[in-house]
Ligand binder design. Structure first.
Ligand code: ADP
Length: 160
């Protein structure tokens, strides 16, 4: 059976922390779908289109990775795309507590889907989308927290 993982998240924006989790997991899976979860009540700072294009550019040379978005339960989305793994990154103990309950509830609802966690690299522990977003919003230089090849000047903002 093909090992298909989804890496779900808001990715608002996609950072070096996210990129590292995907690159480090590439050999574990046949396909990784980076899946942007949409919340109609929270449109986000960057538009979906921008987020999709941004992540596609990061992985343009990686045939095992594709980008998608969804607005349903993550486990239901897994079924749609035949994914049997949910990939998540862990930075801190509060990430762990939050992720633990979601993963355990998902497991109870859909035992065939496994959640796989990777610990962040130490240097990525403080990198969060919300901090990076704030730097960008206030005109600071966030480039060291963004994947190579992402130029913030080329990005279209949705809610600035
Ligand atoms: P969510 O809104 O679902 O938390 P995020 O876009 O913030 O979405 O994060 C998606 C996934 O990436 C989560 O598993 C999160 O823990 C992980 N992640 C976020 N930032 C980092 C980082 N700096 N290093 C490793 N994993 C990270």
């Amino acid at each position: 059976m093909k090992r298909i993982a989804i890496f779900p998240g808001s990715f608002d924006p996609f950072t070096i922390g996210h990129e590292s989790i995907v690159r480090r997991s590439i050999n574990f899976f046949d396909e990784i779908i980076i899946a942007i979860g949409l919340n109609t009540n929270k449109p986000g700072f960057f538009s979906i289109d921008t987020r999709v294009k941004w992540i596609e550019k990061v992985f343009e040379n990686e045939p095992k990775v594709r980008v998608d978005h969804y607005s349903k339960l993550t486990v239901d989305y897994c079924k749609d795309v035949n994914a049997n793994y949910i990939l998540r990154g862990l930075r801190t103990s509060s990430d762990f507590e939050y992720e633990r309950s979601i993963a355990q509830v998902n497991k109870q609802m859909h035992p065939e889907i496994e959640t796989v966690f990777l610990l962040t690299l130490p240097e990525h522990t403080p990198v969060t989308s919300s901090i990076v977003r704030d730097i960008i919003r206030h005109g600071g230089d966030a480039s060291e927290f963004l994947p190579n090849g992402i130029c913030i000047d080329d990005i279209e903002f949705q809610n600035n």
